[in-house]
Design a binder for this molecule. Structure first.
Ligand code: ADP
Ligand code: ASP
Ligand code: MG
Length: 472
């Protein structure tokens, strides 16, 4: 059996859904179980319309709400010709739109948009898309049934990035989905969402449908997990930034986790967890070029001759710096900094400390940096008062650019090539970190330089190796 996940770009319109349905039909002998995302752009629109309702822009919000409904109704009108089927699906979409409208008005009335409400609002994208694909499959003669993953994926109550209880989840899949699938019906399941013990809606984080695909694969002990998207696999850099990036035929789970964590949006970082647990390979494939072999993510890598696999960038970051002569050699300062980070519930993408101990840089999302700064100021109020610490600073609009590949281990000269290339182009590096696994060298640079840095590093540490190999 194959678990197949199709992303928003693959199901962006009725025509694309028909294309997806054809791909599913072509692999019907592999007994697929399908997971899909919301239609392209719908999750963003749901968040933006909620923001309109929250900030009293009711008319604008209502307009976007109607557009979301219309996008789905139009697909029914154009692609579901069987009148009984069309009316059943229309009824489902109407019910969901009524519920969505009620939630949006709740946001308006209460002037509240907590993580709990945010998770509920964003869940509508996948709940609206799934009946359409299952309807189109049926229309094309393939038995299919839509499932709402909130009845299947059991999570904790971290509403916007929920942790999954795999044991309960797998037993729910066995109970509800397995019997349907066994009869030869294709299950079409909402990606991205689950529910916590209290029955409230949770999400697995933005881009989390990939993770849902892997969860389904693990519960079914799939042969492979296929992530269908709009590019033919993982490239040596985001092809939108580096058009001559190379496709990677295979990467290890470890490399894929590192790449996605450091910004390769093509796969969600948590996707690898269920796959590693059950030793299931993941394949990234292109819905617009289904014959391309894509990238295989498994225990193996293709590092031979390619010490660096990929250059990535994460944007919208800030760098919070703590420094002062009073820090030197005082061990408890680091402990206090990290416990403050923990209390502030801030995600640290990277940190680095000067070996003198005089300076510590903490890199966080730009939405979180001011909260961290305030809490650090509170924690170190005494040291700031007596001048042992300087003011806690924030450098905003930063980016982390990373060079990743397991072949970097034991290959000398990579760091030298990186810094020489950036230096030659006068790009300023604010902080550097290298994991002890030597899988990754990351640098903090100004966000406005990020794309240029990715291109420069791609030329210097990836293309050079490809050229050397071809030339040798
Ligand atoms: P989906 O809607 O299928 O989930 P995403 O937009 O989440 O698709 O991911 C696919 C996109 O990821 C590609 O269009 C590409 O621009 C981007 N991307 C970023 N880095 C990489 C990379 N290294 N290789 C391939 N794609 C990448
Ligand atoms: N629809 C969700 C999002 O846009 C999940 C996904 O596409 O993977 O984040
Ligand atoms: Mg995605």
């Amino acid at each position: 059996m194959i678990a197949m996940k199709f992303g928003g770009s693959s199901v962006g319109s009725g025509e694309r859904m028909v294309n997806v349905a054809k791909i599913i039909q072509s692999y019907i002998s592999k007994k697929p179980v399908v997971v899909i995302s919301a239609l392209q752009g719908v999750t963003d629109t749901l968040l933006s319309l909620s923001d309109d309702f929250l900030h009293r822009r009711k008319e604008e919000g209502q307009k976007k709400l109607n557009q979301v409904g219309e996008k789905h109704f139009e697909i029914i009108r154009e692609y579901i010709k069987d009148t009984k089927r069309a009316s059943e699906i229309r009824k489902k979409i109407e019910e969901l739109m009524t519920q969505l409208e009620e939630v949006a008005h709740g946001v308006y009335l209460l002037r509240e948009f907590s993580p709990k409400s945010l998770a509920l609002v964003s869940s509508f994208g996948e709940r609206l898309s799934v009946p359409l694909l299952s309807g189109i499959l049926q229309e094309m003669g393939t038995p299919a049934k839509d499932f709402d993953a909130r009845q299947l994926v059991s999570t904790d109550d971290e509403f916007l990035s929920a942790g999954v209880d795999m044991k309960t989840t797998c037993s729910q899949f066995k109970k509800y989905v397995f019997p349907v699938w066994k009869k030869g019906v294709v299950p079409v399941i909402t990606g991205f969402i689950g529910s916590c013990r209290e029955g409230l809606t949770t999400t697995l984080g933005r881009g989390g449908s990939d993770y849902s695909g892997a969860i389904v694969g693990a519960c079914f002990d799939a042969e492979e997990i296929w992530i269908w998207t709009d590019v033919s696999g993982i490239y040596s850099a985001d092809p939108r930034i580096v058009p001559n990036a190379k496709g990677l035929s295979s990467v290890s789970y470890e490399e894929a986790s590192e790449m996605s964590y450091f910004g390769a949006k093509v796969i969600h970082p948590k996707t690898m967890m269920p796959a590693v647990m059950k030793k299931i390979p993941i394949r990234i494939k292109n819905t617009f070029a289904p014959k391309d072999s894509g990238t295989l993510i498994s225990k193996k890598t293709m590092t031979k001759g390619h010490p660096v696999q990929i250059v990535t960038a994460i944007k919208k970051l800030d760098l919070v710096s703590v420094q002062g002569s009073g820090m030197i050699g005082v061990p408890s300062i680091s402990a206090r900094i990290f416990s403050t980070v923990d209390r502030a519930k801030v995600h640290l993408f990277m940190y680095s400390q000067a070996s003198s101990g005089y300076n510590m840089c903490l890199v966080t999302g730009n939405q979180e940096s001011h909260r961290l700064k305030e809490m650090l100021e509170c924690e170190f109020s005494h040291e700031l008062k007596i001048g042992a610490l300087d003011q806690i600073g924030i450098l905003s609009s930063m980016s982390i650019v990373s060079v990743i590949g397991s072949g970097m281990r034991g290959t000398p000269g990579i760091a030298g090539a990186i810094f020489a290339a950036l230096g030659d182009h006068s790009l300023n590096i604010m902080a550097i970190a290298q994991g002890s696994s030597q899988l990754n060298i990351s640098m903090v640079i100004d966000e406005s330089d990020a794309d240029r840095a990715v291109k420069i590093l791609h030329d210097a540490v990836i293309l050079k190796h490809f050229e050397n190999k071809v030339g040798s």
